[in-house]
Design a protein around this ligand. Structure first.
Ligand SMILES: [Zn+2]
Length: 254
């Protein structure tokens, strides 16, 4: 499995030369209710990135494990960095890879709170023709399957996330706590009042920290989610590998 961090510096030259696309896992370390580990989002991102790096065309980068999570800070153990810090860290990591010649990167993201910063970074890197770095969120790749498997509106530490991490890291999941996660949780994200979301922090609308129906989770469903999302990521990597870098930059209007 081609992973940058396991190579010696001389060996990395060949790995980078052979690679068409890098995959950069980003996630968070934040509360996911009483049943799931804090590392849920970065464990997921890392697993997808490693799965994508099956041949020399895709090179997995080290995981960025702390993300933008200010809305979870009332819960024990949650870590956060500002959007500016996170964006700078991701951008400079990709810029440094680009100096070695690899300029097509898929940011394999596991945390919704990172999305705005990642979009901004991708836009800046593209505008400067430094790198082309679209974001891939695993849950977007399995929307239809998740609808089939679960009766939930989606949320946080929900059935989909619980299933996925149960499949990936059974040792970190406490299945007996899924019931409390759901009972003291919320059905949907946020708190709507006359059309406005007045739920700024997770604690504003969920006591357990969970949103959704985590009791519907199982490791078997997690394996289905993993396989389907991994297939999509692999197809995206193939697409990007084939795409000439000059076609990735901003276009002028004709
Ligand atoms: Zn999560």
């Amino acid at each position: 499995m081609p992973t940058l961090a396991t190579k010696s510096s001389p060996d990395s030259a060949e790995a980078i030369e052979r690679a068409e696309v890098a995959v950069l896992p980003t996630g968070s370390t934040e509360q996911h209710g009483p049943a799931l580990p804090l590392g849920m989002d970065h464990y997921a991102a890392r697993a997808f990135a490693q799965e994508a790096a099956t041949d020399d065309a895709v090179l997995a980068l080290p995981t960025i494990p702390v993300g933008v999570s200010p809305h979870h800070m009332q819960f024990d153990g949650s870590l956060t960095v500002s959007p500016e810090t996170f964006a700078a860290y991701v951008r400079e990591t990709i810029e440094s890879l680009a100096t070695h010649g690899l300029r097509k990167v898929i940011v394999v993201n596991g945390h919704g709170g990172n999305i705005d910063a990642l979009s901004q970074v991708a836009r800046e890197l593209r505008a400067s023709e430094t790198a082309y770095a679209p974001t891939w969120n695993w849950w977007d790749a399995v929307e239809d399957l998740a609808d089939d498997l679960f009766d939930e509106a989606g949320g946080h530490a929900d059935a989909a996330e619980s299933s996925l991490v149960w499949h990936l890291h059974e040792e970190y999941v406490d299945p007996d706590a899924l019931e409390a996660a759901e009972a003291d949780g919320a059905d949907a994200w946020g708190e709507r009042v006359h059309g406005a979301n007045v739920g700024f922090d997770t604690i504003d609308f969920t006591e357990s920290g969970a949103v959704g129906k985590p009791t519907q989770a199982s490791p078997e469903k997690g394996e289905q989610l993993f396989d389907e999302a991994a297939t999509a990521l692999s197809a995206l990597a193939d697409w990007l590998a084939e795409r000439p870098i000059d076609d990735c930059w901003q276009r002028a209007h004709k």
